[in-house]
Design a protein around this ligand. Structure first.
Ligand SMILES: [Mg+2]
Length: 198
C-alpha cells in the first residue's frame, strides 16, 4: 500500500471538535428494517465497536466529539449515549451546515478547529468550511476531492478508529491517552506511565 502523508501536526493540534457523520462513516451505510409482532417498525444499524475506543481516546485528549446525521433513528441516540457524546443532531432534511454552525457558536469554536469525517454529498457544505476535512475509504469522489486526509478503512469497518489514532498521533497525544486509558484499568502495571486526570 502506498505511504500516505500524516495529518499535518499544526492542523491536528488545532482540532477542538470532531464531527462524525453516521451512515457510511460510523456504519457501512446499511439499515436493517424489521417489525415487532405488534407491527411496530424496527430499524437497526451495525456499529463498529473499535470506533468507540477511538472516540473515547479523542475525548480523553480534550477533543469534543459530535454526531451530525441526515437520518433520524433511535439507535443513533443509544450509540451516542454509550459513547458519552453530548452533541447528537439528527436532521432528516440533512441540513448539516446550520447544525454545525450552531455547535460552533454555542461552544465558541472556529471552523478552522473542526475535523469532519464524511462520506457523501450531503456532507460537502460542512466539509468545505472545516480545518480538517476527512473522507472515509468508501466516500464518493466529490467528498474525496475535498478531503485533506482519507482513511484506508471503510465506514463501519474501523474508519473512525483509524482517524482517531492518526489525529492523536499527529498531535503527539497518542501515547499519553493510551497510557491514561491503561492506567485506569491496571494501575499497578502502568504506574508512572500515565497520569490520572484530576
Ligand atoms: Mg453518510
Amino acid at each position: 500500500m502506498l505511504e500516505r502523508p500524516a495529518i499535518p501536526a499544526d492542523t491536528a493540534r488545532a482540532v477542538k471538535l470532531v464531527v462524525l457523520d453516521v451512515d457510511g462513516v460510523m456504519t457501512d451505510g446499511g439499515v436493517y428494517y424489521g417489525a415487532t409482532k405488534a407491527g411496530e417498525a424496527v430499524e437497526m444499524k451495525r456499529f463498529e465497536i473499535t470506533d468507540g475506543l477511538g472516540v473515547l481516546l479523542m475525548q480523553e485528549a480534550g477533543i469534543e466529539v459530535a454526531i451530525v446525521t441526515g437520518r433520524r433513528s433511535k439507535v443513533v441516540e443509544l450509540r451516542a449515549r454509550e459513547l458519552a457524546i453530548e452533541e447528537v443532531h439528527q436532521d432528516p432534511a440533512a441540513e448539516k451546515l446550520p447544525i454545525v454552525s450552531g455547535i460552533l457558536l454555542r461552544r465558541k469554536i472556529d471552523w478552522s478547529e473542526v475535523a469532519f469525517v464524511s462520506d457523501d454529498l450531503a456532507d460537502i457544505p460542512v466539509l468545505r468550511r472545516v480545518g480538517l476535512p476527512v473522507a472515509v475509504a468508501n466516500a464518493v469522489p466529490e467528498v474525496k476531492a475535498l478531503a485533506r486526509w482519507q482513511t484506508r478503512r471503510a465506514g463501519g469497518a474501523g474508519a473512525v478508529r483509524e482517524f482517531a489514532e492518526a489525529l492523536l498521533k499527529a498531535r503527539g497525544d497518542w501515547t499519553t491517552v493510551v497510557n491514561i486509558y491503561l492506567a485506569k484499568r491496571d494501575p499497578e502495571a502502568t504506574k508512572g506511565a500515565g497520569r490520572e486526570p484530576e
